[in-house]
Design a protein around this ligand. Structure first.
Ligand code: ZN
Length: 419
């Protein structure tokens, strides 16, 4: 029988959860209020100690895998069944805030602790994961832990990763105490019956609409491309206009093509950005002979993203041909978008309705570990508002009430999924 919130009395210890969020925020490479915890830095290792301790305080059994994903488990009455998972990350980019990721780890611990206090007994095991390196700071690639779990990155590719100092993943994880083959990180099929990640929205929709809960139906897939343009330089006075091969102007046409293609893709969720644009030699009296662009293209749908990319590529080729500029167009990374599981979404939605909390179905525009968990498990995310949509900055803020509501919805949703 599936228990309803009416006969399951869950009381989230909001003050305790706030205290733990505050304590973890102090584990940082930079002074408060800045939170910086880069993968396998000294602060990240202390953060991991804190997470293990908090998991044990919540009465959960802790284990870790070869890349440092931390699992905190509450064994169900039928431990052989696929478990119900939750979790997020605790690494933080330089100059970040205290809620991104952390709410989904410490909040999930509190959700399970509250279920324990209520006397609930899960049939399926309940498990919280702290994923290694959701942020791309160290290796330039995000969601390393969940990618490996889902088999979305090969072991060879993971082993080839290097940080800015040239250190490899194997070297750094060994120094952090994580040994054993990376191949063992990959989840066996059917490990999770469902996965639900609690996270701050990192966008303004819930805050502006005063809606306490968002339920994620689609997660946008990020992709990025590197464009190098080789033109011909020369004196800005001496090289006349008809014979120029200006790499910067070809780049400018490409940047405008990115905007045009994203707007005309047919999906409101297509977004295209040229966030890097460098030219050489960068002198006022010199025709740019080289331009270097990086394009970020995201969408909740694959077909419209592919269409936009094709248009960008053909417009770029055309602009370069017309200007006599040679182009290299290289994919840096391209992850397909993921859909939330409709049944899991509906359960979370029903929980909100029964708790009297307004909820909104949403697209997650940022990527999360759930993008990869969705490849191996029915998945959704529970979003809570954050002030002005601010994230990845020290002013990031989510209220204790919203965090507690998110943890409560998570607890009930996991309880139902575990029945
Ligand atoms: Zn995050």
């Amino acid at each position: 029988m599936i228990r309803t919130p009416a006969d399951l009395r869950i009381s989230i210890d909001s003050a305790g959860l706030e205290r733990r969020i505050d304590e973890l925020a102090l584990v940082s490479e930079a002074p408060a209020p800045v939170v910086t915890r880069v993968l396998f830095s000294e602060a990240d290792l202390r953060g991991r100690d804190y997470v293990r301790r908090a998991a044990r305080e919540a009465g959960l059994a802790v284990r870790e895998d070869a890349v440092g994903n931390i699992f905190a488990r509450w064994e169900g009455s039928e431990p052989g069944l696929p478990a119900v998972g939750s979790g997020s990350h605790t690494d933080a980019i330089p100059n970040a805030g205290r809620y991104d990721g952390v709410v989904g780890v410490l909040g999930a611990f509190e959700a399970l602790a509250a279920l324990k206090r209520s006397g609930f007994k899960p049939r399926r095991s309940l498990e919280v994961v702290m994923f290694t390196s959701e942020e791309p700071t160290r290796f330039g690639l995000g969601c390393l832990g969940s990618r490996l779990m889902a088999g979305s990155i090969s072991v060879e590719k993971a082993q080839a990763l290097r940080d800015r100092e040239g250190r490899s993943l194997d070297e750094l994880r060994a120094a952090a105490g994580y040994k054993g083959p990376l191949s063992a990180v990959r989840l066996a099929p059917g490990t999770y019956h469902a996965f639900v990640e609690l996270h701050i929205e990192q966008g303004p929709i819930l805050d502006a609409g005063k809606i306490p809960i968002g339920i994620v139906e689609h997660i946008a897939g990020p992709s990025s491309y590197r464009v190098t343009l080789h033109g011909e330089g020369g004196h800005a006075g001496a090289v006349l206009m008809p014979v120029r091969h200006d790499a910067m102007l070809a780049g400018a046409e490409i940047a405008l093509a990115v905007e045009r293609a994203a707007k005309a893709s047919g999906s409101p969720d297509t977004v295209g950005t040229v966030g890097v644009f460098r030219i050489e030699p960068g002198a006022v009296n010199s025709v740019p002979f080289r331009a270097y662009l990086e394009i970020d293209l995201r969408d909740a749908r694959m077909d419209t993203r592919s269409k936009a990319l094709a248009e960008i590529r053909s417009a770029a080729a055309e602009a370069c041909a017309a200007r006599g500029v040679r182009m290299e167009f290289e994919e840096i990374n391209a992850d397909p978008p993921a859909d939330g599981d409709q049944e899991t979404v509906a359960i979370a939605e029903q929980v909100c309705a029964e708790l009297g909390l307004r909820s909104l179905r949403m697209v997650s525009r940022a990527y999360h570990d759930s993008l990869f968990m969705a490849r191996v498990s029915p998945t959704t995310m529970i979003f809570i508002p954050c002030r002005n949509g601010w994230s990845h900055r020290p002013e990031e803020y989510a209220s204790p009430e919203h965090i507690a509501s998110g943890a409560e919805v998570l607890a009930h949703t996991m309880a139902r999924l575990s029945a």
